[in-house]
Design a protein around this ligand. Sequence first.
Ligand SMILES: [Zn+2]
Length: 215
Amino acid sequence: MRVLATAVLLLGSVAGVRAELIHCREPSDARRVQEALARLRAAVDPCGESAEITAVLDVLAACRSARYEIRVSADAERNVFDRPNNPNRVRTIVWNPELRTDLEPACDAAPAAVHREPTASLLHELVHAAHDCTGLDPGQRELEAVRIENIYRRAAGLAQRAGYGEQALPTTMRRTCEPGACSCGIPNTRALPVVAAPLQARATDAVADGDISVR
Ligand SMILES: [Zn+2]
């Protein structure tokens, strides 16, 4: 994949710093990343699970086990978390802030298609990074990444994802809250930790040259 590699944001590794800009050839792209992170910090989930989003950002900000970068790519067809086998190499999130392609087509049960939304997509990849930081296998936790992505989707008034590929979100990971029909009137204070119990998710890692890419 050709990455335009315009903005790189280092998450973590510096005490007390939420996101340190370490390299920037295109200030406009760096600003887009920072604005997306700010939207995630400010998100208010009608179902009361916003703290799980900030927990993901805080895990990365405090991460000492690896370094994570966000690279903005205008031609990436998918957003990806790249995890090299070498633990000393920087992990990279490739993020296309223009990508709004279909995730789930319309069907009888869901008459409206679910599309990628850039900030929600960035959160999804950040969840993979947070899992990686805490020693968990991101490729085994796609449904957990979708569950947390849905927290932002609810906050932003977007349709929620129903699953990942052929895997449906189990009932315990769903909240009944769609645009114009949200039953979460009372915030739910239950908060699953970022390092939730392993899920029986089908591994979807794409392995190439010893590196793992999680989508
Ligand atoms: Zn994923």
